[in-house]
Design a protein around this ligand. Structure first.
Ligand code: C5P
Length: 224
């Protein structure tokens, strides 16, 4: 039984510098098969058929470029220094949202079906939903000198993707009440003590971060 039927707003943080990619322009504006990563990500959200409004968060100097590239209905806001600052700016522009998705522009090839599955879980009454995939490598924790301090059991670890979906009021509360930074939005919601549910992610939702990832994305699109 659905508890939420208000507007579904997708926030797309795209204001990172993308230093690890080694390109001269911010990562979200790097092109894949003739379209920016940001355009691919926004198109996927609309193709899912479950998103009412898209808010993109971009560096100040690229607002005009984003306006020219994206459909007129897309809301564009300026991002901040850290990812959480950018998401906070997007959330402030989504005042009417009942459900919020936060979706990295860098996950440009995310299948629309995954976006629809996240929203279906929210409509079913979940308040925080994240796609995850098993971790392939063994993961170690290390100290500042690189010495190993622990080996968490791999069977308990998951790599986390986006879109992450939330009841909008829960995410607003997390951004209001929790101090400090987080590498994903669910991390803030967890710190409120709220339950976050996982669903099975998709390999194509990988985050394009390094030159290797960019080569993989271009290969998947048949671009050489
Ligand atoms: O840095 P990371 O790979 O975690 O970035 C994930 C997403 O967050 C990217 O799409 C990036 O553009 C965005 N981001 C942002 N504002 C920042 C840093 C990252 O919108 N200050």
């Amino acid at each position: 039984m659905s508890k939420n039927r208000g507007p579904v707003v997708a926030l797309v943080p795209a204001a990172g510098r993308g230093v690890r990619l080694g390109e001269s322009i911010p990562k979200a504006f790097v092109e894949l098969a003739g379209r920016s990563m940001l355009c691919w990500a926004v198109d996927g959200l609309f193709e899912s058929g479950v998103v009412d409004t898209v808010v993109v968060i971009v560096p100040e100097e690229l607002v005009d470029r984003a306006r020219a590239d994206l459909p007129d209905s897309v809301v564009i806001v300026v991002g901040g220094k850290e990812r959480t600052d950018s998401v906070r700016a997007g959330l402030a522009a989504a005042t009417d949202a009942e459900l919020v998705l936060v979706h990295d522009a860098a996950r440009a090839l995310t299948p629309p079906s995954l976006i629809a599955r996240v929203v279906a879980e929210l409509h079913a009454g979940r308040t925080a939903v994240i796609p995850v995939v098993p971790v392939i490598d063994t993961i170690k924790t290390v100290d500042v000198l690189g010495a190993v301090t622990g080996t968490p059991p791999r069977s308990e670890l998951r790599a986390v993707q986006t879109p992450q979906g939330f009841d909008a009021n829960l995410l607003r509360r997390a951004y209001r009440d929790i101090d400090g930074d987080a590498t994903d939005d669910a991390g803030l919601v967890e710190r409120l003590g709220e339950r976050v549910r996982t669903i099975v992610g998709e390999p194509e939702a990988f985050k394009i971060t390094t030159p290797w990832d960019l080569a993989l994305a271009r290969t998947l699109l048949g671009q050489t």
